[in-house]
Design a protein around this ligand. Sequence first.
Ligand SMILES: *[C@@H]1O[C@H](CO)[C@@H](O)[C@H](O)[C@H]1NC(C)=O
Ligand SMILES: *[C@@H]1O[C@H](CO)[C@@H](O)[C@H](O)[C@H]1NC(C)=O
Ligand SMILES: *[C@@H]1O[C@H](CO)[C@@H](O)[C@H](O)[C@H]1NC(C)=O
Ligand SMILES: *[C@@H]1O[C@H](CO)[C@@H](O)[C@H](O)[C@H]1NC(C)=O
Length: 418
Amino acid sequence: MESGSFSRRMSVRLTPRIASRPRVSVRRKSWVAPRPSISDLVVAFCLASLVLVVGCIAYLYVLQYFDSENSVAGLIGDANVCNVFDGRWVPDSSYPLYNSSECPFAERGFNCLANGRKDIDYLKWRWQPRQCNVPKFNVHDILERLRGKRVVFVGDSMSRTQWESLICMLMTGVQDPKTVYEVNSNQISKTIRFLGVQFQSFNLSIEFFRSVFLVQQGLPPRHGPKRVRTALQLDKMDDISRKWVDSDVLIFNSGHWWTSSKLFDMGCYFQIGGTLKLGMSINSAFRVALNTWASWVETMVDTNRTHVFFRTYEPSHWSGSNEKVCEVTQQPLSEAEVNDKSEFADIIAEVVERMTVPIAVLNVTSMGAFRSDAHIGTWSHPSTIVDCSHWCLPGVPDAWNELVFSCLLKKGWRKLEK
Ligand SMILES: *[C@@H]1O[C@H](CO)[C@@H](O)[C@H](O)[C@H]1NC(C)=O
Ligand SMILES: *[C@@H]1O[C@H](CO)[C@@H](O)[C@H](O)[C@H]1NC(C)=O
Ligand SMILES: *[C@@H]1O[C@H](CO)[C@@H](O)[C@H](O)[C@H]1NC(C)=O
Ligand SMILES: *[C@@H]1O[C@H](CO)[C@@H](O)[C@H](O)[C@H]1NC(C)=O
């Protein structure tokens, strides 16, 4: 595909040159016409050929330069047609992009190698879209582009993983690891609401805000049924949302906590305005909350500055009759099985489509569905946990970050710099 579009582009650009060639030789012929000598003609012909050859080489050189610029500046291939989320995983021995044991921000629970995983094939896969290429993650180029910027991840533990992944990817380009630190000297934990890592030499901040529902959870209205212990206010954004606005890249996810075991079983019900909505389905509530998020983005975020992404649900690979068996494979699946919550992806797509500002949906659900080999399994910390939901680091979240940067580069990210 991409070689086809390359040669198409080349022939289109070369055509005017070839067409102009006869005109030059015609003029030259009439110029030498008064005294036609064989040696003059030979010299003229040789000179003309030389000029043409040198010209062509210079032209191809310039073209190649522009093309390699293009491949840095965005997706290779026809960017308007290419769906980067439609593709497959291909083996690539240049991966992984970092070593989690050398990255202080990869939490122990995600560092499968350190937790005893022996097979390493799972580290050596690259996401290959069907119709274009993702530019290779060039850490020095990306760090320069990120200078002075603020990147904010908001969501659940899947967002925290992506946050850790990005920090580890970027740290491979930093000479002194001590210049990268958490601003409050906090340790990474599951329940912490804010983690901010500063890359001092780049004045770059990579932050994570834990907000698993994006909307505000609080006490229910008085005189409600006893089983209602907390209420999710579907029409009100999380209180900490005011800290997300002043950012350059803003990446959301939500979905994994929208289950009856994490809501109703915990005594958490939905509320709109002052009214409990006891019979409301989880899907309807998710849609209302996403619409609240959408109007918040439209009114509060300056999308001329802030690039907003929403990442879709992560597929898990639990098996067995009760979905409690976790068997991590050594190779990815050849067919993606998207079993869970694909309706959430549809709701996200519908809500985003109606928004008045540009939002990029990171539709990574089917991408992860292939990766039954990339979960934490029993290589967890503490080791009593068995986990077929989260991913090892390095791993799948690195590919999400590569896609974030290819989207940013494609949108002419550099132009937004002040
Ligand atoms: C997400 O991507 C997959 C694979 O390309 C596609 O089948 C699915 O329709 C997409 N979903 C949305 C909501 O765009
Ligand atoms: C990762 O780094 C650790 C600590 O420096 C080292 O012991 C280990 O061999 C490295 N692993 C790989 C796969 O390079
Ligand atoms: C660091 O970046 C912030 C924006 O994130 C900017 O306001 C500030 O002036 C920068 N500081 C330096 C020293 O460049
Ligand atoms: C964003 O840019 C557009 C077009 O340049 C402009 O019309 C609009 O006012 C800008 N919005 C903000 C919030 O600056």
